[in-house]
Design a protein around this ligand. Structure first.
Ligand code: CAA
Ligand code: NAD
Length: 289
C-alpha cells in the first residue's frame, strides 16, 4: 500500500491508541502533541499498554520493542509534512479542528491523506478547511483502540475512490474490521450509541432508576460489556457533552440530541469520568472504585 509513514495528531485517550496500533502494524509513526507533558503522558500510556499485551502474550517482547522503535513524538506540526496519512484525534471542537486542517492543507505533501477520528462532526467541513477535500476521510476508531475491533471509514461526496480504498486498507492493516459510513451525524455507531447514553441520563434525572441499576440492567439484560454510565465514564463526560452540544446546535429540534443537565453539571464540576477519577462513578486508576 502507498501508506508507509503515519502522523497522529493528539496523544490523548484515542491518539495514543491509534499511534500504538499503527506502530504495531509496522508503520512508521510520528505523534504530535501541543505540550511535552501531554506527549510524555501519552507515550507512557503506550508503554503501559504494550507491556500489558506482552504480559498477556498477545505480542512478543521483540515485536513490542520493534513497534516502539518505529514510534516517535513531536511538538512540531511540520514534522508531519511528509506523512502519507495523518490521523487527527484532538479535542471534539469543530473550530479547533478546522484551524488545524487549514494548517495541514498548507504544510502536508500533496499526496497526504487526511483523516479525522471525530465522533460527531462533518468530515466534509474539515476537508473543505484543508483545501483538499478529495483527500479527506473519517477514520473513526473505538475506545480502547487497542482492544476494539471496529473502524468506521467515512467518505464525503468529495472523497476520492482511491483515498477511501487506501483508508479502508489502512484500517484493516492495523487489525480492524472496517465498515463504510456516510458523513452523517455520528456515522453508524455513535448515531445509535450517544442518544442511548443521553436517554439513560434522562432516566436517572427523572428518578426512574439509579446509574447502578441501569448499568446492571443493560449488562445482564442485553449482554452489553458495559452499561451506559460506565461507558460514559470511559469515553469521557466532556467528549460526550461536546458531541451532544455540537448536534444540538445543528439540529435544535431533535429531542435525542438535547444534552442532559446532569451531564452539564458533572462536566462543570470537572467530573469527566475515568480520566479525572470521577464521573458518574469513582475510579481508582483504570478500575471502578
Ligand atoms: N491496552 C492493553 N491492554 C488493555 C487495554 C489497553 N488499552 N485496556 C484494557 N486492557 C487489558 C486489561 O488490563 C485487562 O487485563 P487483565 O485481564 O490482565 O486485567 C484486559 O485487557 C481485559 O480488560 P478488562 O478486565 O477491562 O476486561 P473486559 O473483558 O471488560 O474488556 C473492554 C474491556 C474491551 C473495554 C470491554 O469492557 C468493552 O468492550 N467495553 C465496551 C467498550 C466500548 O463500547 N467502547 C466504545 C466506546 S464509544 C467510542 O469509542 C466512540 C466514540 O466516538 C465516543
Ligand atoms: P483527549 O482529550 O483524551 O485527547 C485529545 C488530545 O489532543 C489532548 O491530549 C490534547 O492535548 C491534544 N491536542 C489538542 N489540540 C491539539 C493540536 N492542535 N495538536 C496536537 N494535539 C492536540 O480526547 P480523546 O477522547 O482522545 O478524543 C479525541 C478525538 O477522538 C475527539 O474528536 C473525540 O470525539 C474522538 N473520539 C473519542 C472517543 C472516546 O471514547 N473518548 C472515541 C472515538 C473517537
Amino acid at each position: 500500500m502507498a501508506i508507509q509513514k503515519v502522523g497522529v495528531i493528539g496523544c490523548g485517550l484515542m491518539g495514543h491508541g491509534i499511534a500504538q496500533v499503527a506502530a504495531q502494524a509496522g508503520f512508521t509513526v510520528v505523534v504530535r502533541e501541543t505540550q511535552q507533558a501531554f506527549l510524555d503522558k501519552g507515550m507512557a500510556r503506550i508503554q503501559k499498554s504494550v507491556a500489558k499485551l506482552v504480559e498477556k502474550q498477545k505480542t512478543t517482547q521483540a515485536d513490542a520493542d520493534a513497534a516502539l522503535a518505529r514510534l516517535s513524538g513531536t511538538l512540531e506540526l511540520g514534522d508531519l509534512a511528509d506523512c502519507d496519512l495523518v490521523v487527527e484525534a484532538i479535542v471534539e471542537d469543530l473550530d479547533v479542528k478546522k484551524t488545524l486542517y487549514a494548517e495541514l492543507g498548507k504544510l502536508c505533501k500533496p499526496s497526504t491523506i487526511l483523516a479525522s477520528n471525530t465522533s460527531s462532526f462533518p468530515i466534509a467541513e474539515m476537508g473543505n478547511a484543508s483545501g483538499r477535500p478529495e483527500r479527506m476521510v473519517g477514520l473513526h476508531f473505538f475506545n480502547p483502540v487497542q482492544l476494539m475491533k471496529l473502524v468506521e471509514v467515512v467518505r464525503t461526496e468529495k472523497t476520492s475512490d482511491e483515498v477511501f480504498a487506501e483508508a479502508r486498507a489502512f484500517g484493516e492493516a492495523v487489525g480492524k474490521v472496517s465498515i463504510a459510513a456516510k458523513d452523517t451525524p455520528g456515522f453508524v455507531v455513535n448515531r445509535l450509541l450517544v442518544p442511548y447514553m443521553a436517554e439513560a441520563m434522562r432516566m436517572v434525572e427523572r428518578g426512574d432508576a439509579t446509574c447502578e441499576d441501569v448499568d446492571t440492567g443493560m449488562t445482564l439484560g442485553t449482554g452489553y460489556p458495559m452499561g451506559p454510565f460506565t461507558l460514559t465514564d470511559y469515553v469521557g463526560l466532556d467528549t460526550t457533552l461536546f458531541i451532544l452540544e455540537g448536534w444540538h446546535e445543528r439540529y435544535p429540534n431533535d429531542p435525542l440530541f438535547v444534552p442532559p443537565q446532569i451531564l452539564r453539571d458533572k462536566v462543570k464540576a470537572g467530573k469527566l469520568g475515568r480520566k479525572t477519577g470521577e464521573g458518574f462513578y469513582k475510579w481508582e486508576g483504570d478500575k471502578r472504585a
